[in-house]
Design a protein. Structure first.
Length: 371
């Protein structure tokens, strides 16, 4: 039987992700629209994005937060091209975005001393192989595989190298050990459901020291430059962006941060993501035709939840098409490079009751996609 109850919000895409509950474009503060980002008003709004982010995430006081170009990808590229080189690099990859960082490090930067540790989709490499004397590059949460790092215990507190962490689908949804992350990057369009094109770059004092003492042997484009005359460009971390940002996107991000504060902070956004994951865990337990790509609960993502289905690839795609046609779930097919399956976003902006309403529809779509 076709279910009758539908999710109020069918947006379960893993990026861009659903807007926060109660979102209303008309409620955004329009004061900065049409104004220069270099004006006092524009710089104040950008400064607030940095300060409010640091406050809500509980970052150490000596960490810096900046808004940079080109989303999480731009922030990670900026960090790798500016910081890597003086030490050997250990890079961990278990899905497509991690593999992208491997490609940059090995084929573009062409570093000599690189150790690459890989795992197939659904699994995690042996993180214990990280050398404290090396720089470490990894994603905290594999958005395309549904596999996350369970904790930061494997990162040495006595490390000599830097840790560079792509945390775009983990920030605001997972408990991150900031004192063990020297560089962290994320984008607004993931856990907070913000708009695209802007990245956030978080730097520890150790990362700043590297920037001011090391000059890469390769040319750096303007949008990658974090130092001038061997000193950090502090303005980047005070709202003086490298290039022109969208002030409408900035207003949208500030609205999301206000929502986080109003519901109880990052503790509650993590709790919301965990409650959402629990809905899918209960469903998988009750239905033997569907399973998690990450079979180990300890490494299972609570944001980009990836699922396998006992159907041929074409039939699984048919499931996603049926759900979209019924306006029940949009954009939940597996990532193009990942194994065939479904990927359902469970981040904090998704309502648990909407996920609960989706579950009967998965059964209906499965029954109607079999040969």
């Amino acid at each position: 039987m076709k279910p009758t109850r539908k999710p109020r919000n069918p947006n379960f895409s893993s990026g861009p992700c659903s807007k926060r509950p109660g979102y209303d474009l008309a409620r955004l503060d329009p004061a900065t629209l049409g104004r220069s980002h270099r004006s006092a008003l524009g710089k104040a709004a950008l400064l607030r994005t940095c300060r409010d982010t640091a406050e809500l995430l509980g970052l150490p006081e000596d960490y810096r937060v900046g808004v940079v170009p080109a989303s999480d990808t731009g922030a990670m590229e900026m960090a790798m091209w500016s910081l890597l080189g003086p030490r050997p690099v250990d890079v961990f990859a278990w899905e497509s975005f991690g593999e992208g960082w491997v490609t940059d490090i090995v084929k573009q930067l062409k570093l000599d001393a690189v150790n690459t540790y890989r795992a197939p989709y659904g699994e995690l490499p042996d993180l214990g192989r990280a050398d404290p004397g090396h720089d470490i590059v990894f994603t905290w949460n594999g958005t395309t595989s549904g596999v996350r790092v369970p904790d930061g215990d494997w990162i040495s507190t006595e490390r000599e190298g830097l840790t560079l962490c792509d945390a775009t689908s983990a920030v605001f949804a997972m408990d991150l050990p900031w004192d063990r992350l020297d560089v962290a990057t994320f984008s607004w369009q993931k856990v907070l459901g913000g708009e695209g094109a802007h990245g956030m770059l978080v730097l520890s004092p150790r990362a700043v020291a590297r920037l001011e003492s090391y000059r890469p042997p390769w040319p750096l484009p303007k949008i990658f430059r974090l130092t001038k005359n061997a000193e950090l460009i502090e303005g980047i971390f005070r709202g003086e962006t490298i290039n022109t940002p969208s002030m409408l996107c900035v207003a949208d991000y500030l609205d999301a941060l206000d929502w986080v504060r109003a519901i109880g902070g990052v503790k509650e956004t993590i709790a919301r993501s965990n409650r959402n994951l629990a809905v899918l865990e209960d469903f998988v337990t009750a239905n033997d035709w569907i399973d998690f790509l990450a079979t180990d609960p300890k490494i299972r993502s609570n944001t980009s939840v990836c699922l396998t289905v006992d159907l041929p690839e074409a039939a699984v795609k048919r499931m996603a098409q049926l759900l979209e046609a019924e306006h029940v779930a949009y954009d939940i097919g597996a990532y193009r490079d990942a194994p065939a399956g479904l990927r359902i976003w469970c981040g904090a902006t998704v309502e648990t009751e909407d996920l609960a309403a989706l579950m009967p529809w998965l059964i209906w779509a499965h029954e109607n996609s079999r040969g």
